[in-house]
Design a binder for this molecule. Structure first.
Ligand code: ADP
Ligand code: MG
Length: 447
């Protein structure tokens, strides 16, 4: 196993398996598995618990092994499936259903380490964390209903909402929850429409004390699902059930959602998560390193924390890959290794930040065409977005003023400079514009 990355190999295996299995089957058994370790030619794959691991071994083991061998080109690869040792003895009953008679299979979507213990609190996520703790605390807190957590990709929304689920599950207080991805909810609704039977959809929201719904922005444009969800939301809320939602944007920025739904999202506590500051990034890295039982020098951690600023998922990605490389090669993680890894991680972002992608993102948010942006028209509704695109390209790429000018139909560098200054001024006086620019940046950095 020296010419490829086992994390990537397992990822590819999953992609292949996903193509061949029913969606629900894949979601239930395989989606949340993670590559854990490699031991000679044996790859260890971890599952939520030993019941799931055992089931996967007997049902899919041989085929997964075949896929892994095919992708890697190595015939000696063996897969070992293990459960989470931190929570031993999950009975088969827990995995297939609970005492309350409702399937708790949703809890199998939970990542075992997305707990409060593994969540580093910093100024960037303090409010969201406090809200999540409050709603899952003993007394509950219906004042935060719903709890609406929003923030860019990879900043810990799923981690926090699942931490609530873990807490409810482990506490044994008997409070029931359902963790749902919005995509799953939309998918279920569509199936119900086709079958002209909505009971399955309604069931998703019944018999629970907590509805935990992740990535609610996927309701955008799904008018009928929105309508159906609106009723379920009201019902749960009236019954005093706790609702927690996450989104990549604040409620009022969700497009095409009816005002009444947006206003309901704002009834309780709306809390944002921002990218973490340096100290928080460092603390997260230290936690990851401890989890992986790695030895990494402070200078290396400092270097990683200083280089990756926008996205916690990238931070953890770097550590996981460094861990894998170090295990495979038997070498200690050093500065050299870290630099290479960071370069390739950031490389993939900078590839996305081209004048073309930036212009498209600006055009989309302002609802005009990229051609109009690059063209000659000077109407204000096009001029301002054009100036936004120019200043963002200047900020996010290393293009010269002259090159930026030529990208925009041969304008000169003073026009480019003027645009940048103009946008700086406007951002201070025009909150709406400022918000839009932030939204574009968020999209670009986290696609
Ligand atoms: P999102 O749902 O916002 O896109 P995730 O919750 O999936 O982001 O987080 C991405 C990764 O970063 C996960 O591995 C998560 O555990 C980790 N992470 C995010 N925020 C924190 C934090 N504050 N402390 C520890 N790990 C974090
Ligand atoms: Mg998420």
């Amino acid at each position: 196993m020296d010419n490829y990355d086992p994390v990537e190999l397992w990822d590819l295996c999953l992609k292949e398996a996903e193509k061949n299995l029913e969606r629900t089957e894949f979601d239930t058994w395989l989606r949340n598995s993670t590559y854990e370790d490699v031991n000679g030619s044996r790859m260890v794959i971890r599952f939520r618990n030993s019941f799931v691991a055992g089931h996967v071994k007997s049902r899919f083991g041989p085929i997964l092994e075949e896929i892994a061998r095919e992708i890697s080109g190595r015939n000696d690869i063996a897969l070992q499936f293990v459960g989470d040792p931190a929570k031993p003895g999950p009975s088969s009953r827990e995995a297939v259903g609970r005492d309350n008679g409702h399937s708790s299979s949703d809890s199998m979507y939970l990542r075992s380490n997305y707990t409060f213990d593994h969540f580093v609190v910093g100024p960037n996520n303090q409010l969201a964390h406090a809200g999540a703790l409050a709603v899952s605390s003993d007394s509950g807190s219906t004042t935060y209903n719903p709890l609406f957590i929003y923030g860019g990709v990879g900043l810990g929304k799923t981690h926090l909402i699942q931490a609530i689920a873990h807490r409810l599950r482990l506490e044994g207080s008997g409070r029931t929850f359902r963790y749902l991805s919005t995509e799953y909810v939309v998918g279920t609704f569509i199936k119900c429409v086709l079958q002209k039977d909505y009971s399955k959809f309604r069931k998703l929201f019944q018999g629970i004390d907590y509805l935990l719904m992740d990535d609610i922005q996927f309701l955008e444009g799904k008018v009928e699902t929105q309508e159906a969800f609106f009723h379920r939301f009201n019902e749960l809320h009236q019954q005093g059930k706790q609702i927690v939602l996450t989104s990549d944007r604040p409620p009022h920025e969700l497009k095409d959602l009816p005002e009444r739904l947006i206003s309901r999202f704002q009834w309780g506590l709306v809390a944002d998560i921002k990218p973490p500051e340096y100290e928080t990034r460092l603390a997260i890295l230290m936690l990851l390193v401890k989890d992986e039982e790695l030895e990494v020098g402070h200078d290396v951690l400092d270097y990683i924390a200083s280089s990756i600023r926008k996205n916690v998922r990238q931070l953890s990605g770097v550590i996981h890959r460094l861990a894998a490389i170090s295990r495979l090669t038997g070498c200690r993680i050093d500065m050299n290794m870290a630099q290479k890894e960071i370069k390739s991680t950031l490389g993939t972002i900078s590839q996305r930040l081209t004048p073309g992608t930036i212009t498209s993102a600006v055009a989309e948010v302002f609802d005009i065409s990229p051609a109009q942006l690059k063209g000659k028209q000077r109407k204000r509704n096009i001029l301002v977005p054009r100036q936004v695109a120019i200043s963002l390209i200047r900020e996010l790429t290393s293009m010269s003023l002259k090159d930026i000018g030529s990208f925009f139909s041969g304008r000169d560098h003073s026009t480019v400079l003027n645009s940048i200054e103009r946008i700086q001024e406007l951002r201070e006086s025009d909150a709406e514009l400022d918000r839009k620019i932030e939204e574009i940046k968020r999209r670009l950095v986290s696609i």
